[in-house]
Design a protein around this ligand. Structure first.
Ligand SMILES: CC(C)(COP(=O)([O-])OP(=O)([O-])OC[C@H]1O[C@@H](n2cnc3c(N)ncnc32)[C@H](O)[C@@H]1OP(=O)([O-])[O-])[C@@H](O)C(=O)NCCC(=O)NCCSC(=O)C[C@@](C)(O)CC(=O)[O-]
Length: 301
């Protein structure tokens, strides 16, 4: 299989990146981050979540963030919705694309959304119906595709069956989440080969956390298997509230550097992106998690 000529990046920093931060982050800082990212050329940003504030307090102000961002034409601003209540809140906030999220492991499903995999899929049915009625696109996530923090190894067939259900119920794309970042290039290729028998590869996305430093390799392995959409987080922000020790997503700057090296055009300005990442890291008082951004910023002196 040849490497795709076009790749789409889904920036999840404002959502996946920030959801795990314990310190309060102001709406203004979140808005600035989203606007910085779109100014750098990102065409898809996951802005926040319409989940229970008791479960993920950091996402409580998502509606305000949506209200204050500068919406650029052609950019998709998405929000997570775990159920109909979340979907309705998203609609009220003017969200035009939502993501539902399931898991390939029962234990993770319980810890993350307090229900079984089957129950979660049932909950998504009314969300899909309401989304159709409102003309809202729905993306689907499957967590724990290359390992679960509670159950260990997760069979690829189990991932394929959840991904196929999400696709069949109308998710236009299914993002495969390596929640704890244990995946390797070989396991990633195997996963795509198995899931690819149930969901077309051009409807799959890779969502790799970088806990074991394998995320860029896993992106490349996915490209070799024909996957052309990747979720990433500026400055490698993030973690998962229900996966102890999991680090952030693959850094957007690192994926972009890989794509630039392959001659794949994305229209994203890597210097502006690195500056956006550095700005939010300064707000958080954190070291920048992107090696590429650190190198770019150091070379500027
Ligand atoms: C799904 C629930 C709500 C179930 O939580 P529950 O407690 O079972 O819900 P419930 O239906 O029993 O309701 C309990 C209370 O929550 C309220 N409630 C109910 N729904 C909502 C809502 N949408 N928004 C706001 N409030 C809500 C509801 O109104 C009620 O309020 P009360 O009467 O007690 O005042 C909860 O478990 C939850 O919010 N979980 C979200 C967890 C989360 O956001 N995790 C992170 C995102 S997933 C992820 O990061 C992985 C991913 C996508 O990045 C891919 C990867 O890397 O693997």
């Amino acid at each position: 299989m040849t490497i795709p000529k076009k790749v789409r990046l889904v920036e999840v920093g404002p959502r996946d990146g920030l959801q795990n931060e314990k310190q309060p982050i102001s709406v203004a800082d979140k808005v600035r981050l989203v606007d910085d990212l779109t100014a750098a050329g990102l065409g898809y940003v996951e802005v926040g979540s319409f989940v229970s504030p008791k479960w993920v307090p950091q996402m409580a102000g998502s509606a305000e963030v949506f209200a204050q961002i500068q919406r650029k034409a052609g950019v998709t601003y998405a929000g997570l919705a775990p159920n109909l209540k979340g979907f309705e809140a998203a609609v009220e906030a003017g969200v035009k694309e939502v993501a539902v999220f399931a898991a390939a492991s029962e234990s993770f499903s319980q810890k993350n959304i307090n229900c079984s995999i089957a129950e979660s899929l049932e909950r998504f049915v009314p969300v899909m119906e309401a989304a159709k009625a409102h003309g809202i696109s729905v993306r689907g996530y499957v967590s724990c595709v290359l390992g679960c923090p509670y159950e260990g190894e997760v069979p690829a067939e189990q991932v394929a069956s959840v991904a196929a259900e999400l696709y069949a119920m109308g998710c236009y794309e299914v993002s495969l989440g390596d929640t704890i970042g244990t995946g390797t290039a070989g396991a990633t290729r195997h996963l795509i080969n198995v899931v690819g028998t149930r969901v077309p590869r051009d409807r799959l996305a890779g969502h790799f956390h970088d806990t074991y430093g394998q995320a860029v390799a896993n992106v490349y392995a996915s490209l070799l298997e024909g996957v052309a959409v990747f979720d990433s987080s500026v400055a490698g922000l993030g973690g998962c509230p229900y996966a102890k020790g999991a680090t952030g997503n693959v850094a957007t700057e690192d994926v972009l550097y890989l794509l630039n090296g392959l001659g794949i055009q994305t229209g994203i300005d890597i210097d502006q992106l690195a500056a956006a990442g550095q700005r939010i890291c300064a707000v958080l008082g954190k070291e920048n998690g992107s090696r590429v951004a650190r190198a770019i910023l150091a070379s500027r002196g």
